[in-house]
Ligand binder design. Structure first.
Ligand SMILES: [Zn+2]
Length: 312
């Protein structure tokens, strides 16, 4: 602690506090994780350099990069965004500036790390879609695509960027590291809360369930439903397939209950009062930024889009 305080003398107390909150964890193969800078940040480290999935919040970049440097000192050559949320793209500018394109790549002429994302993330950030603040251009993704999948090959690792068209938002990517056997799931999977179905940004309950099923398609358990493929959630702890199955089942059960009540003509208030997420509330309902009520309401409005505007 004394050595840390001494070394951090010039950085100041606020930054020191931020760095204290950062946690680095090995995941599997060439993949590690940095937690505490916003959304979880996935770190692929190999002989060719570093690829990061997500960049944390604005103002956390120094702490995040210090965390990455605890894992590796190799140059950062790629940054991928799983969503356009500020806790995942807020560090794009600083993290982008901290690295540089891979030698010989298409982007080699640029001074900064290329930022990959789905086109809908760029639209959201550049046009302020859904009422978002328009971040300056340095935060925007520099390489976008609109197809179902894009691939990269880096550090002997085949990497799949798999678009989920309407899950948490309309721009979610699952990042599958095929050699290391790791999926970075972004906010499709949050072990600390119910999934955030962001209707304003194109999310839907059916797309969320589809995305969880897509993860389960990819994952292979090693023995007794344990070990095997690792899944890094947007927030919370590292998972295996059984964890994702349990989460998918929870979301599906709540969806079915809400649907049954909605099909009976129940109002949103009736559905909320029926507590369709009752037994899951202690586990997932404690997040003040995404409460049980917000989740149930999002499921209801996702199932009954005509009532999104007619009811409050
Ligand atoms: Zn998030």
């Amino acid at each position: 602690m004394a050595a840390l305080a001494l070394g951090a003398g010039l950085i100041g107390a606020a930054t020191l506090g931020a760095q204290d909150a950062i946690e680095t964890l090995p995941v599997k193969g060439q993949v590690s994780m940095v937690a505490g800078a916003g959304g979880n940040v996935t770190v692929l480290d190999g002989p060719q350099g570093v690829l990061l999935v997500d960049a944390g919040r604005q103002g956390m970049s120094d702490a995040l990069l210090a965390g990455v440097r605890r894992i590796t000192t190799r140059p950062i050559h790629f940054l991928l965004n799983t969503t356009g949320d500020m806790d995942h793209v807020g560090g794009n500018l600083e993290v982008g500036k901290a690295g540089r394109p891979a030698p010989g790549s298409n982007q080699a002429a640029s001074p900064n790390t290329p930022i990959y994302a789905h086109e809908n993330v760029l639209n959201r950030m550049s046009l302020g879609k859904g009422g978002d603040p328009m971040l300056e251009i340095g935060y925007w993704p520099t390489v976008t695509f609109f197809t179902a999948k894009r691939t990269l090959y880096f550090n002997n690792e085949p990497i799949e960027l798999i678009w989920q068209k309407a899950a948490h938002t309309d721009g979610d990517l699952l990042i599958f590291f095929r050699l290391s056997d790791v999926v970075s799931a972004g906010d499709v999977l949050n072990t600390t809360s119910f999934p955030v179905i962001d209707l304003t940004h194109g999310g839907s309950i059916q797309g969320e369930i589809d995305a969880l099923n897509r993860i389960i398609d990819i994952t292979v358990p090693r023995l007794n439903q344990m070990d095997g493929t690792r899944v890094i959630p947007g927030h919370g702890r590292i998972c295996n397939e059984a964890d994702v199955v349990e989460y998918r089942d929870m979301v599906t059960i709540i969806r079915d209950r809400v649907k049954t009540l909605a099909d009976q003509g129940k109002s949103l208030e009736d559905v909320v009062a029926a507590r369709p997420a009752y037994e899951y509330e202690p586990l997932y309902g404690t997040d003040k930024a995404w409460t049980t009520r917000q989740f149930v309401e999002a499921v209801y409005r996702s199932l009954k889009p005509a009532e999104r505007t007619s009811r409050q």
